[in-house]
Design a protein around this ligand. Structure first.
Ligand code: MLC
Ligand code: AMP
Length: 512
């Protein structure tokens, strides 16, 4: 019997509406129908296929958000390539690491970075370089336009790689989480049902598309429902207020909801057609949840996930399944096993705080070319260690409700972007006049947490902290650059010599 094609695109396309002229993507300038999506993704797939790359070749993409950028992602799936999205804020030195590690056969970049990308390609093994700009134009689109608008989607197995998502690591070295067609498909199907998607939905899509949240959770859900997306290049509150009355679903990191609430124009009336606001990628403050409900009558649905696993838990959608509770991330999604353990991987009881471990068809297979790291992050019996701390039940909650209380990884989440202090400390420590440094996250009204640093100067040195921040911008994405740097005479350490970041955080808040 022939095996059904396990390619994620085949699954998505099998749910496209019968009426192919239905709008799939609406931008302020132009609409794209479902027929357009199929034809355009076929043209980009044909352009990629004409390069005769072996299946499983990587395609690294660092481009501004546009409908064509989404077509490129779909084309990569269709051509059997492995998609490697990169944050547009990454500087050349950061991109060099990913390219050296993943050895992509194709690099797609903004035209403004083409020269640097060619140089990088030459240095790292000769990837083909194409451009794609914020309007969807560039050498890749030129190549695609000459192609046939039909394409026979590559026959994939469920465990064939579809994407590699780099997540920073505690050692400062990023790891590529390998996600398969099966991982992505299973999660998309679960979220489709759990969040009640239908072809009547209109998703207000303002998230970046180089992370799990905007690229997978949001786009897959809308395409699988045959719904429409209002596709904006980034969060812009004026645009959001303009388009919300036509929308039924919105997804955002908590900063999106904080900024909406900051605008008096964000009213109950603006949300009149909305059925669902979803928040994730960082903790949503209870204050934001309550203020949002008071203003709009909507309870934001908070969910929890990560690059390695896509979505893991969600507050209920249907009232019959329970209330959405502020400060919790809801039960594990159908098909996901979640447990809380002590440091010996033994399950803990109701309400006890421990390590969050998960299993399920959505969980990645490992880190790209890091078998050791992969082994460390999985228990012997196949549970993935998320690095988050949490509890199940307790405090009057049902036993299956998960609360995330912190992280046992030294991670800062700023406006939904992950920042590992080690990466910044390594760069800071190399600067003239710097003996050592420590990077911490402190509460921030807009970003939830902000990255800040303390620096111990070399004896007799007095580094200029603003100059240090400017220098860091050369090699680090802007969102990683500490918002403030303070000088300090010595780092507080415990008896083991470990820097006491909790003390630094307290001292920072106290202003010292
Ligand atoms: C931008 N800046 C940030 C920042 N974003 N600083 C700290 N944290 C951030 N997140 C800085 C820029 O460097 C710049 O600084 C200044 O703010 C203005 O830049 P901007 O581009 O105009 O910012 P803005 O458009 O306002 O962006 C803020 C934001 C954006 C919150 C809208 O960061 C965003 O869309 N975040 C979403 C991230 C996301 O999708 N995460 C999902 C990860 S997936 P300067 O100094 O240069 O002026 C995941 C799994 C899961 O975690 O569970 O979903
Ligand atoms: P990333 O590695 O970028 O995929 O980020 C994943 C991390 O974001 C998780 O391990 C959590 O620490 C955090 N995260 C995601 N969603 C939530 C949430 N709803 N509440 C708290 N933390 C979250």
């Amino acid at each position: 019997m022939p095996q059904p094609n396990g390619n994620l695109y085949t699954l998505l396309a099998s749910h496209f509406p019968a009426d192919g002229s239905k709008v799939a993507i609406q931008t302020p300038e132009k609409n794209y129908s479902y027929d357009d999506i199929d034809a355009l993704s076929a043209q980009y797939a044909n352009a990629l296929a004409s390069l005769n790359l072996p299946a499983g070749s990587r395609i690294a993409v660092q481009v501004e958000k546009s409908p064509e950028a989404l077509m490129l992602y779909l084309a990569s799936l269709r051509a059997g390539l492995v998609y490697l999205p990169l944050n547009t804020a990454y500087r050349d030195a950061e991109v060099e690491y990913f390219v050296t590690d993943a050895e992509p056969a194709v690099l797609v970049c903004d035209p403004t970075r083409e020269t640097g990308m060619h140089a990088l390609a030459q240095k790292t093994g000769g990837a083909r370089v194409f451009t794609l700009d914020s309007q969807g134009a560039g050498s890749l689109t030129d190549a695609a336009q000459a192609q046939d608008p039909t394409f026979d989607t590559h026959a994939s197995q469920a465990d064939d790689l579809a994407a590699i998502l780099y997540t920073s690591g505690t050692t400062g070295r990023s790891k590529g989480a390998m996600l398969s067609h099966g991982n992505l498909s299973s999660n998309a199907l679960v979220l489709h049902d759990y969040w009640g998607w239908s072809d009547q939905d209109v998703l207000l899509h303002m998230l970046p598309i180089f992370h799990v949240h905007g690229l997978f959770v949001a786009s897959h859900a809308a395409l699988l429902a045959g719904a429409s997306m209002i596709w904006l290049p980034k969060l812009d509150i004026a645009q959001a207020l303009h388009y919300l009355p036509q929308s039924t679903v919105m997804m955002g990191v908590p900063t999106y909801y904080v900024r909406l609430l900051d605008d008096p124009g964000f009213t109950r009336d603006v949300c009149r057609n909305m059925r669902l606001f979803i928040s994730g990628s960082a903790p949503l403050l209870s204050d934001t949840f309550s203020a949002f409900e008071a203003r709009t009558g909507h309870r934001i649905l908070e969910r929890y996930g990560m690059s390695e696993t896509i979505m893991l838990t969600s507050n209920p959608y249907h009232q019959a399944d329970g209330q959405r509770i502020a400060g919790t991330v809801g039960p594990a999604l159908p098909g996901v096993d979640l447990r809380i353990t002590n440091d010996k991987d033994e399950p803990l009881g109701t309400g006890e705080i421990g390590d969050v471990q998960v299993r399920g068809p959505n969980v990645f297979s490992g880190y790209w070319r890091m078998p050791e790291k992969t082994r460390e992050e999985f228990t012997g019996d196949g549970w993935f260690r998320t690095g988050d701390m949490g509890s199940l039940g307790g405090n009057g909650l049902s036993d299956n409700v998960v609360t995330i209380v912190g992280r046992n990884k030294d991670l800062i989440i700023s406006g939904g972007y992950n920042v590992y202090p080690k990466e910044i400390e390594l760069v800071l420590d190399e600067q003239p006049g710097v003996l050592e440094s420590a990077v911490i996250g402190v509460p921030h009204p807009d970003f939830g947490e902000a990255v800040v640093a303390v620096v111990v100067p070399l004896e007799g040195a007095q580094p200029d902290t603003e100059q240090l921040r400017e220098t860091l911008r050369t090699d680090l994405a802007n969102f990683k650059v500490p918002k403030e740097i303070r000088l300090i005479s010595a780092l507080p350490r415990n008896t083991m010599g470990k820097v006491q970041k909790n003390v630094l955080r307290q001292d920072w808040s106290a202003g010292s």
